[in-house]
Design a protein around this ligand. Structure first.
Ligand code: LLP
Length: 422
């Protein structure tokens, strides 16, 4: 569900016309809907057992205004870097609702987390455990820790976002878990709190989750048998969202929540979750203008002013994003096929191949849908293309929540060494 709908022939974000916004802020730009962000958070929080910590995965969209919108509803944050920690705190997420994940935390990042007093660290290896113990002891603290266990379950998603199999870098192998907990128990700087599992992203079936969570439940019993106190279980993120409106949608949060409730009923743990995409993906669009329509021998190319540097998902994961015209097409009007491309000098700068769209011409606006998660956060300035602005809408109101970079901003990032100056 989202709040991007046609009204009076124009696509709107809530009460704001996207064509009017394009005139005001220029194109391309990202546009996020407050109402959609809020609804997604509330639906998820209501679907999981009462008392759970819903720690929004900041990596999906780390704009401060997005974080603040969610923080106001009581969301926690799942962070994977010192930068994300700083942004979550700056947006008003209470430290006590922040979990620190990630496979390569540095000691500086650990120090920052301990300084802030975060809820817990999700630790992914024995060397990381030793480093955290050392940092915590030096600060006279004990770090609350869940060990991320790799359950060796295939999440049946794109290979580049499958994280729960033995071949991936993530988590402590299931078979090493008991030894890792025994090690942690001897560390004065570590307070074992629970277990953490995250098997991947854009997961569209419940079965892999259920298999993984069941395995983790068995492990919790074993660990308790070994004498450890396990009170928390972090089930990660990963629930998929509908990208293609003609496809069967993935299980919704209610179905996911019912499965979790059933599977974890007897685990005796307080649960936490790290949803990212589910909250943000369908709360954002990337609005872009057609620069040219180029008729090739084999294809007709719709050349947009947005490129793979602005939204890399299609190039990186062959991801499907729905593309619509901002001006509502008349019912029954023709739908020729286009290859929708950007201006970047790469063949993979392709948003959609052979896609049936309304007839479009130079100057027309399109919206690339479901771009609120892993969109702006993964953007870069390749081809010296300034980062595009982000706009947040709330009802009839809108605000630029990240301004467009200028050429001066781009130039100011670099430095000329002394020997080249003058
Ligand atoms: N927790 C951990 C430890 C994670 O690594 C991730 C995502 C999440 C939570 C949130 O997962 P979500 O609920 O958003 O599926 N850039 C890729 C997705 C990478 C996901 C990385 N980790 C994409 O655009 O599809």
């Amino acid at each position: 569900m989202n709040c991007f709908q046609y009204k009076d022939g124009v696509l709107r974000a809530e009460g704001v016309r996207l064509d009017a916004l394009a005139e005001k802020v220029g194109t391309p730009f990202y546009c996020y809907s407050t109402a959609t962000l809020e609804r997604h958070y509330k639906v998820f929080a209501a679907a999981v057992p009462a008392g759970s910590l819903v720690a929004y995965a900041v990596k999906a969209n780390d704009n401060l205004a997005v974080l603040k919108t969610l923080a106001k509803l009581g969301a926690g944050a799942d962070v994977v870097s010192g930068g994300e920690l700083a942004k979550a705190l700056a947006a008003g997420v209470p430290a006590g609702r922040i979990v620190f994940s990630g496979v390569g935390k540095t000691k500086d990042e650990m120090r920052a987390g301990l300084e802030a007093g975060i809820h817990q660290f999700n630790v992914e290896s024995e060397p990381e455990l030793a480093a955290l113990d050392e940092v915590a002891r030096a600060m006279g603290k004990r770090a609350a820790v869940s060990l991320r266990i790799n359950p060796d379950v295939d999440a049946k998603t794109h290979a580049k976002i499958n994280t729960g199999t033995a071949e991936t870098k993530f988590g402590i192998p299931f078979g090493h878990a008991r030894a890792a907990y025994a090690l942690a128990a001897q560390m004065p700087g570590i307070a074992i709190a629970g277990v953490d599992v995250h098997i991947g992203s854009q997961i569209t079936e419940l079965a892999p989750f259920e298999t993984a969570f069941t395995r983790i439940g068995e492990l919790i019993a074993t660990l308790r048998g070994d004498g450890h106190t396990i009170t928390r279980l972090d089930l990660g993120g990963g629930l998929g969202v509908p990208y293609e409106h003609n496809n069967t949608p993935p299980p919704d949060p209610a179905a996911y929540g019912a499965m979790v409730t059933r599977v974890t009923r007897d685990f005796g743990c307080t649960l936490s979750f790290e949803p990212g995409r589910l909250i943000a993906a369908n709360a954002g669009v990337l609005v872009s203008r057609v620069i040219y329509v180029k008729r090739g021998d084999a294809r007709t190319f719709l050349i947009l002013d947005a490129g793979m540097n602005d939204l890399v998902r299609p190039a990186m994961y062959d991801a499907f994003h729905e593309i619509v015209a901002v001006a509502e097409p008349a019912p029954g009007s023709p739908r020729p096929k286009y290859d929708v491309v950007g201006p970047v000098c790469e063949t993979s700068d392709l948003f959609a191949a052979d896609r049936a769209l309304p007839e479009l011409k130079s100057g027309d606006l399109v919206a690339i849908l479901s771009a609120g998660a892993y969109g702006a956060v993964m953007a870069g300035d390749y081809n010296a293309r300034p980062r595009v602005p982000e706009v947040l809408v709330a009802g009839e109101q809108w605000g630029i929540v990240r301004p467009r970079e200028s050429y001066a901003d781009l130039i100011a990032k670099d430095r000329i060494p002394d020997w080249l100056a003058g």
